[in-house]
Write a protein that binds this ligand. Structure first.
Ligand code: GDP
Ligand code: MG
Length: 181
């Protein structure tokens, strides 16, 4: 007997948040396990692909779209948002204003995902990156309440540098997307 072919999914995940919060580092860490301390401003929209054998009947092809420098300008092209399955908003707890910006990034997503007054829901995950830094103070209660209030699917403290929670966060999000299918 032959096993049925596994289902093949393609998910596009947007990675947004202020400049310098670690978006590119998170994508790099997740994709190829590396980390660099060079600060390099990426220009354009970078996307990376990763294939995941989720289980014996499901393959997931993940596309991570790094906002890549456009965060300075605030208005992303429609191409960036088109056909996205989920979004990640990143902030840097060592710079509290980047948490304040999360609402702005969220509003931006919502407005882009509203067409003709119909809002379609995609799971949005919040990451408090650079949790390896001793002065990365996170008010768990505040972040939790914020997520509940805005309908985020959840949040994780992460470190792209020390490889903390990067895989778990991505797996969690993929699981949420699959549940919507
Ligand atoms: P982006 O502008 O959001 O893409 O941020 P980058 O990925 O370019 O990172 C900005 C700076 O923060 C770089 O110097 C990174 O090395 C550093 N960085 C990124 N993630 C972490 C982290 O988890 N911990 C620490 N300590 N530094 C990080
Ligand atoms: Mg970047």
């Amino acid at each position: 007997s032959t096993l049925p072919e596994p289902r093949q999914f393609q998910f596009k995940i947007l990675v947004t948040g202020d400049v310098g919060v670690g978006k590119t580092s998170i994508v790099k860490r997740y994709m190829d396990g590396g980390f660099s301390t060079d600060y390099r401003l990426t220009i354009g929209v970078d996307f990376s692909l990763k294939n995941i054998e989720w289980n014996e009947s499901t393959n997931v092809n993940l596309q991570l779209w790094d906002i890549a420098g456009h965060e300075r300008f605030g208005n992303m092209t429609a191409v960036y948002y088109r056909h996205a399955s989920a979004a990640i908003i990143v902030f840097d707890p060592t710079r509290p204003h980047t948490f304040k910006s999360v609402s702005r990034w969220y509003e931006d997503l919502i407005s882009k995902f509203s067409e003709d007054g119909i809002r379609w829901e995609i799971p949005v995950l919040l990451l408090a990156n650079k949790c390896d830094l001793p002065y990365a103070k996170i008010d768990f209660e505040e972040v939790h309440e914020f997520c509940e209030e805005h309908g985020f699917v959840g949040w994780f403290p992460t470190s792209a540098k020390e490889n903390i929670n990067i895989d778990s966060a991505m797996m969690y999000l993929v699981e949420k997307i699959l549940k919507n299918k």
